[in-house]
Design a protein around this ligand. Structure first.
Ligand code: GTP
Length: 430
């Protein structure tokens, strides 16, 4: 069997809810539990037997961070990885159609298609077994999971035939309730999916080949739009009830990563997965080492004082310095950040190379909708309430920010390169 994986990484105009963290690094490369988000995708697909190649499709200009990721992941997973750049945002299926020859080169039997902005314990082998038992004419299996009625409205919703798991009805972000089974943004596709993609592409081409009133040629202003294909609305909606589209259910950990708050959530669950998959990555208690509570990842190059208390759910990045008596819980400390003595960081993200002063407290409010239910999905929280106030959120300190000693920063978002001078609560500091 020959398999490939396509990861849709989006581009610079995507990931806006992830700002200011996505100002510094493409969101798919943001580190969660010590590794870039899409490192977890590549790791999952590299474990499927027969996986020959991973293709990243996006509209970022090729950049150093992406190149470094590719080189490192190729070496680690011994798999070919390439980046193919769309000339503009072509939608969640337009890029796949555009690069169809590259995807089909070598005649893969199937290919996984993964959105970069999700995290989870992806059941790829199980999806493959499920897909292979379906009729040979099947185009695609969607990974689905259960959400609450309220949550389902912000996702793609699936109504299925209970016996066969065929998708009977698909609605993307419905206005009223349709189903609690939602699309996880992970698919297994047969090469025959390029049939309906071609039909949709040609239909778009016809519809957009507009003659203006004088009858002069096509409207080149709308030219890029004709190549945009949206997998969910343009392909899944018409394929429902045709016997070509199925849903495979998972109750394992899964979430979208849209907001910075979701990165803390993803961090907790990937650290939890390490207990089984990579126990060596989790910090352990020992004499002369910081006190570890629950799941904690510390990059080997970080210097952490033995009196610090870390966890649960804490990640300390590359070259970070953590001083005496520091407390970190439910937080991600990014590369090069310095936490000076006795500071306290709770439910927060500290940006690259930022400095937190002595005895300072950085605190956020978790937006985990249901902390007692470990696999609850993240609710897409709005930045502002309807009356214009900032919704309580985790605190995000952008990169290269200086936070002075003995201040409190609560539920705030600080943009990069700031030098703060006092305490802040519920503010966006521009
Ligand atoms: P939002 O709630 O608006 O974010 O919609 P969504 O959750 O349905 O996500 P969306 O369809 O925008 O993106 C799903 C995934 O596809 C993300 O990983 C995006 O980065 C990626 N993506 C979206 N549009 C494009 C595109 O035009 N080209 C590529 N290559 N990737 C894309």
């Amino acid at each position: 069997m020959m398999l490939k994986t396509i990861i849709l990484v989006g581009g610079p105009m995507k990931g806006t809810r992830f700002r200011p963290l996505s100002l510094e690094t493409p969101k798919p490369l943001f580190p969660v539990a010590g590794f870039p988000i899409i490192h977890h995708h590549v790791e999952a697909c590299a474990q499927v037997e027969g996986m020959k190649e991973v293709i990243l499709i996006g509209f970022y200009q090729p950049n150093d961070a992406l190149n470094r990721f590719i080189t490192q992941a190729q070496q680690q997973f011994k798999i070919q990885i390439r980046y193919l750049q769309e000339y503009t945002a072509l939608g969640t299926a337009g890029g796949i159609y555009h690069f169809r020859d590259q995807i089909l080169a070598g005649n893969p039997d199937y290919f996984f298609l993964m959105n970069a902005d999700v995290c989870g314990d992806f059941p790829l082998k199980e999806m493959l077994q499920f897909h292979m038992k379906k009729p040979a004419s099947t185009y695609c299996t969607i990974l689905g999971t259960e959400a609450t009625r309220q949550q389902s409205l912000t996702y793609g919703c699936i109504v299925e035939s209970k016996d066969t798991h065929e998708v009977m009805h698909y609605v993307e972000k419905p206005e009223t309730f349709i189903s609690t089974t939602i699309n996880c943004g992970i698919y297994l596709c047969s090469p025959t999916l390029f049939g309906p993609l071609e039909v949709e592409f040609k239909k778009n081409l016809e519809q957009n080949y507009n003659y203006d009133e004088q009858g002069f040629g096509c409207d080149y202003n709308t030219a890029p739009a004709k190549e945009v294909i949206r997998m969910e609305q343009d392909i899944f909606v018409p394929l429902a009830s045709t016997g070509k589209l199925y849903v495979y259910h998972t109750d394992r950990f899964w979430s979208q990563i849209k907001s910075a708050g979701a990165a803390i959530y993803a961090n907790r669950h990937y650290l939890d997965l390490y207990q089984k998959s990579h126990p060596e990555r989790l910090a352990k208690n020992s004499v002369g080492k910081p006190q570890i509570r629950g799941d904690v990842f510390i990059h080997p190059s970080a210097q952490v004082h033995e009196t610090a208390v870390l966890g649960p759910n804490a990640t300390i990045g590359k070259n970070c310095v953590v001083g005496e008596g520091v407390r970190v819980r439910d937080s991600v400390i990014l590369e090069g950040a310095v936490l000076q003595d006795h500071c306290c960081v709770l439910d927060s993200i500290i940006g690259w190379n930022s400095q937190i002063g002595v005895w300072t407290r950085i605190e956020g409010t978790p937006n985990d909708p249901n902390p007692n239910k470990p696999f609850a999905k993240i609710e897409t929280t709005q930045t502002f309430t309807n009356d214009g106030k900032l919704n309580p959120s985790i605190t995000v300190i952008g990169s290269d920010v200086q936070v002075p000693s003995e201040v409190i920063i609560l539920n705030s978002i600080v943009l990069p390169n700031k030098e703060l001078s006092g305490c802040y609560k519920n503010q966006i500091i521009l």
